[in-house]
Design a protein around this ligand. Sequence first.
Ligand code: RFL
Ligand code: PHB
Length: 391
Amino acid sequence: MRTEVAVIGAGPAGLLLSHLLAEQGVESVVIETRTQEYVLSRIRAGILEHSTVDLLDSVGLGERLRREGQEHRGIHLQTPGERHHLDFVDLCGRSVWVYGQTEVTRDLVDAREAAGQQFFYGVTETALHDIETDSPYVTFVDADGTEQRVDAAVIAGCDGSFGPSRAAIPDSVRRTWERVYPYSWLGILADVAPSTDELIYAWHPDGFAMHSMRSDTVSRLYLQVPNGTDVADWSDDRVWAALSTRLGAGIDDWTLRSGPITEKSVLPMRSYVQTPMRHGRLFLAGDAAHIVPPTGAKGLNLAVADVALLAPALISLLRKNDDTLADAYSDSALRRVWRCTHFSWWMTTMLHRSGDPFDAQLQLSQLRWVASSTAGATGLAENYAGLPIGL
Ligand code: RFL
Ligand code: PHB
C-alpha cells in the first residue's frame, strides 16, 4: 500500500495531523496498536488552551466543544487557609476550556471516519524502515494477522512515549533529557457534581491535591502519592478523606462533595525531551518526542501545537517541494516544548511536597508571591492559558 504520510498512532497528535493534512488534500494512513474502543475510552487530559480551541474551531472541530465544554476564566491556587483565584482573562486576555481528551478524540475519530480516513487499528510489530531515504516505509501485522507494508513520502511518529518512532532516530543523532519526580498522582473520576466553579490546585503538608472536572455531573480529582503506590491500598473512603483534608484545609464554608468513583489509577510523573524532532523523512510529534508532568495541563496542548507546525511543513514539502518549514520544524517546535517543559516542572516543584522542610518554605513563599503579585500571577496565566502557536 502507498500513501503520502504514514501516521503511526491514533492519539490526539496522529488524528489531528491526518485531519489537517486532509484539509489540504494530503493523503495519510493511520496505524494504531490499540483497538478503536480502547482509544476512545482512555481517560487523560482535561484542559484545552485557548490556541488549541482556536485551532480545533478553525478546522470544523469546535462545534461540540463550544456546546458541551466549559470555558474557565482561570484557576484557584491554594495553600492552607488561603484560596486565591487567578483570573487569566484579566491577567493575559485568554481563557481555557474544560473538555476531556476523550471528547477531543471522539470528535477527531468521527470527523476522520466521515471523511473516509484509512485506519489500521489493533496492529502489532510496528516497525519503521529507510527513514534516511526518500522512500521510507512502515511494516506491521494487522488485526487479522496479515503482514502489511505502507510506503510513504514521510512518516509521522505520533506513537506516544512507548511507541517505536523515537527509537528509530539513530543513537548517534538523538539526545534526550529526563527528570523523574519522586511522587505520582492518584487520579479518580467520580459521578458527582464538582464542588468548585474552576480548578483548584492545592499545596498541603500531606501532599498536593487538585480538583478538576469533566462536566456538571462528573468530577476529576488527583492526590500526590509516593511512587510505587498500589491503588488497592486506597479505598474510596480513604481517597475522599484525603481529598477532603487537603482541599478543605482552613477554607471556611466549603465542603467537598463525594460520590461513586468510576475510575482510579496511579500516574507516575516525569519530564522527557528527545531531540531532534525530525530525522530524514521521520517527524516526531506529541508524546513521542516529549513528556511533561500533568501539573501544568500541557501534554495534550503541546501535542496539538506540534501538529499545528508539522501539518503546514509537510503540506509545503509534499505539494510545493519546499522543505523550508520541514527543515525548521524541529527547532520551531522545541522552543515551545522547552517553555512548556519548564512551566510544567515549575508548577510541579512548586506544588508537590518533596519531604524537605527548606523546599516547603520556598514553595509557600513562591505561592504567596504568585497569588499576590500581578507580575507573578501574569507569568502563570500566560503559560497556563498558552502562548500563541508558533511561539
Ligand atoms: P498518545 O495519546 O499517547 O497517542 C499515541 C498513540 O500511539 C499508539 N501507539 C502505537 N501505534 C502503532 N504502533 C505502535 N507500536 C504504537 N505504540 C503506541 C498509542 O496506542 C496511542 O494511541 O500521544 P499523543 O497523541 O502525542 O497525545 C499526547 C497526550 O495524550 C498526552 O500528552 C496527555 O494525555 C498527557 N496526559 C495529560 N496531559 C494533560 O495535559 N493533562 C492531563 O490531565 C493528563 N493526564 C496524561 C494524563 C497522560 C496519561 N498517560 C500517558 C498515561 C493521564 C494519563 C494517564
Ligand atoms: C484533568 O482535568 O484531568 C487535569 C486538569 C488539569 C491538570 C491536569 C489534569 O493540570
